[in-house]
Design a protein around this ligand. Structure first.
Ligand SMILES: Nc1ncnc2c1ncn2[C@@H]1O[C@H](COP(=O)(O)OP(=O)(O)OP(=O)(O)O)[C@@H](O)[C@H]1O
Ligand SMILES: [Mg+2]
Length: 510
């Protein structure tokens, strides 16, 4: 019997225009946490998708528990006790938690001789495994009604329900808050201590440092190195991965603020259930200012962004853009007036997944010259526009502007949205979680770009769950808790502890 539970040997996978994995060999020990690190588009998700049977390698062999296997479907992977939580979750939103977990493996019973799904037993089973692994959920809740962190629990439970022994996590912490991350890492360690083998894809080096035993580094499809995590510094990992020194803090000069660009007065936003998610928010943002909103996820910050961009309605209050009331303006009117928006949910709100990269990069201007002349679209204009943005934002994909966005790596999808929005030359740019899912090199570039835009005189609204991003970039920091802005102050008068208190809703009345 081999020492390794999984061996991938000389794996090569090609997609049109790109070698996503180029002769990659990794071996994973039973009971270890094995991290995969690499830039956006390096081939991490592809490599793991082959272990999970979503693609088959063009070359190379896979061994599981010492035996050569052909994993031609996720069903086969499941039989081999391999499970995967994908970078973008794959849950059915109008089904309950239990229905999602048991899908394809439903316990059955007979009613009047006809087989039907035994939901009662299923709910009980789900409840049992969720308690066993410390992943409490309400089995009968609908996916559409639960927060992302719970959706992720459901994905994990789905693997455990299928008795997975080899658990693949593709960027599981990208969508979580710091508190949720800490608890997920504990859960992952617990699973390892219980004998499971874990493969963890993440861009966050401190997470690797905290939980992983070994770490493989990929770069543009090739395996660069395999490291023992305990004896390697995060700095070394960073340098190996990006191929240059990466700085974790970006330099910036003091803000040169100009006229007021955006003024929000008493903004109240209600969600679809008529629940007030933003209560009486008032603030303004000036030219040359990065105004950040800090807060724990789900406290109303993204709803403020949606209300300003027009994707959610203001229930009360006013939004003024350069003195003009835009509270009732359409989304396109606002965009034309000069508001750019990088939304949180890149796949559902930021991109048309089955359009090409060129079309996606022109979404904000395809109806204008030179993209459209006398009602005819001009393909050359789309190509030129795309080429320029692809090179200046280092958007990597197989077929340049012709690439269908769905096939692009998560991080490169994000870079595409940022490129398109900044390129509109808007006076107000709203960034929601701009660096989520990006590799450390790309994060550095995007943060520099945000500051560069500020220095060009743009007004910037930055919404981020990452306090270090806010501390690094912001000139002014607002903290939101439970839909209410707790405090607004110049960034240099606040420290993370103080912000942390406001984020928890304490500190306001001291
Ligand atoms: N189904 C596909 N069709 C065509 N190209 C693909 C497909 N899947 C992946 N690719 C390409 O293969 C390369 C590797 O992609 P992959 O998703 O594995 O990267 P990644 O390391 O997971 O990056 P990220 O950190 O951004 O998620 C990318 O250039 C991507 O565009
Ligand atoms: Mg990926």
């Amino acid at each position: 019997m081999s020492d390794y539970i999984v061996e991938m040997k000389h794996i090569t996978k090609r997609f049109p225009g790109i070698v996503a994995n180029d002769d990659v060999s990794i071996s994973i020990r039973k009971g270890e946490i094995y991290a995969l690190l690499g830039e956006n588009g390096a081939g991490k998700s592809t490599l793991m998708s082959m272990l999970f049977g979503m693609y088959e390698p063009d070359e190379g062999e896979i061994y599981v528990r010492g035996e050569k296997v052909s994993i031609d479907s996720p069903t086969r992977a499941t039989e081999l006790n391999i499970g995967m939580v994908h970078q973008h979750f794959k849950l059915v939103s109008n089904y309950t938690i239990t229905e999602n977990i048991i899908m394809g493996m439903e316990p059955m019973k007979k009613v009047l001789g006809i087989p039907v799904v035994d939901l009662k037993t299923a709910n009980k089973q789900v409840d049992e495994i969720s308690k066993k692994y410390g992943l409490e959920v309400n089995p009968t809740a609908l996916i559409s009604e639960i927060p992302v962190s719970t959706q992720q629990r459901v994905e994990i439970l789905k693997m455990l329900y299928r008795e997975a022994e080899i658990l693949i996590f593709d960027e599981p912490t990208a969508v979580l808050t710091p508190q949720e991350i800490a608890s997920l890492l504990e859960i992952i360690k617990g699973l390892r201590d219980g004998g499971k083998t874990i493969i963890l894809i993440t861009h966050k080096l401190d997470e690797i440092k905290q939980v992983a035993d070994r770490c493989a580094i990929l770069n543009r499809g090739k395996l660069i190195d395999i490291l023992d995590v305990a004896t390697t510094s995060t700095k070394t990992m960073a340098n190996l991965m990006v191929g240059r020194e990466v700085s974790f803090t970006v330099d910036k000069s003091p803000a040169q603020m100009g006229d007021e660009v955006l003024k929000v007065e008493g903004l109240t936003v209600r969600n679809r259930k008529k629940f007030e998610v933003v209560k009486q928010a008032s603030f303004s943002i000036h030219k040359g200012e990065i105004f950040a909103i800090a807060g724990v996820a789900g406290n109303g910050q993204t709803d403020i962004a949606d209300a300003i961009a027009g994707t959610m309605e203001a229930y009360a209050g006013k939004i003024l853009f350069k003195g003009e009331d835009i509270t009732k303006s359409s989304i396109r009117e606002r965009a034309l007036k000069g508001i750019a928006y990088i939304p949180e949910d890149r796949q559902n709100c930021g991109l048309v997944m089955d359009f090409s990269l060129a079309d996606n990069l022109a979404l904000k201007k395809y109806y204008k010259e030179p993209f459209c002349k006398r009602n005819f679209l001009k393909p050359d204009a789309f190509t030129q526009n795309a080429s320029a943005l692809i090179s200046s934002y280092d958007i990597r994909s197989g077929q340049e502007e012709k690439t269908i966005v769905r096939s692009m790596s998560g991080g490169n999808q994000q870079k595409a949205i940022i490129a398109r929005e900044i390129d509109t030359d808007a006076e107000l740019i709203i960034f929601v979680q701009p660096t989520r899912g990006l590799d450390i090199g790309a994060i550095e570039n995007i943060r520099k770009e945000i500051i560069r835009q500020r220095d060009l005189g743009k007004a910037i609204l930055l919404i981020s769950l990452e306090l270090d991003e806010i501390m690094n970039c912001a000139d002014t920091i607002a903290v939101i808790y439970n839909g209410e802005i707790q405090n607004i102050a110049p960034a240099d008068t606040l420290d993370t502890n103080r912000i942390g208190e406001f984020m928890m809703g304490v500190g306001k009345h001291e």
